[in-house]
Design a protein around this ligand. Sequence first.
Ligand code: SF4
Length: 375
Amino acid sequence: MSGIYIHIPFCKQACHYCNFHFSTSLKYKDDMVDAICREIELRKDYLIDKNITSIYFGGGTPSLLSEENLDQIFNALSKQFNWSAETEITLEANPDDLSAEKLSIFNNSPINRLSIGIQSFAQADLEYMNRAHNAEEAEHCIKNAQDIGLTNISADLIYGSPTTSDETWIANIDKMIAFDIPHISAYALTVEEGTVLHHFVNTGKVKPVDESVAANHFDILMERLHSAEFDHYEISNFAKKNHYAVHNSNYWLGVPYLGLGPAAHSFDGVMTRSWNLAHNPNYIKSIQSDKLPIEHETLSTVDAYNEFILIRLRTIWGVDIKDIESKFPDQKDYYLRNIQPYLASNHIVLEDDIYRLTNSGKLIGDKISMELFAE
Ligand code: SF4
């Protein structure tokens, strides 16, 4: 069982909050696709198990890919890897790209899941974030995708923006429920250094983000999606039964994955991570001369333990003490000592040897993880 991630580093315009790797110049798009296909050949032996359970096109904005671009990538993948109709093949899409023609291209390709960057159905939110789409496109794209038969949809939402009132937030969630979307990812708006939003907040051009508003929105989100029978299977991810994202779950459960394209990360499933250069022209140039622009890191046992805690505590699978015993025996006493205060404060519950966050714990999940980190 293995996964493949493909990073498409282009966007039509820069969202003000975003610190991902992308370029708004599409000049190198076709060269990039050539380079990604060459990287597929160069790294065909990275995954020991060539049976792929998930292929994920992330970005950036993969919905900018043309039919020819997609054909080229799928042809290159099919020469080196095995996948079946059961393989989850997701493409991240932005609403403004989802014309009838584009949806039909995706529907006629191996793609069987769309992850749509809706973020909000409210125009004021979209303008604050500098999204390329408007409120009308946010609604229409979901309906058009469903009408054509693309019903396996995940939609992203962002909460906690100063433009998002509680009423707006409730309306956003309820609209998703009404559309019968089977998977929702929801993130608090964060102000990352180096972003336009960071600059605007620092210079007083826009209102700052209030953490207490975000916490309240998160509470509303959990309550409404729980009532609508979504499983809260990771802090930021909610799904109907049988719709947990294979791509995300693979990552959280430590399945090996190969990351292709600039800035893409890979994991060998044991102790080594690697990541590609986050620079489009230099990535292309390096691949054209058959040199992999990659850096590696071998995790120490302590790093691996910390990462295990950080990732697993966020998920419905929680931290099983048997895993700590078998993988990190030296950390067991430390873990048991440091988890006690959170059991006492009901931020964590223990059931059948598995420690999981409660709803109040989910609000401070990262803080709890940090308290459990070993040095
Ligand atoms: S579309 Fe996505 S990757 Fe591109 S700038 Fe916006 S948030 Fe970032």
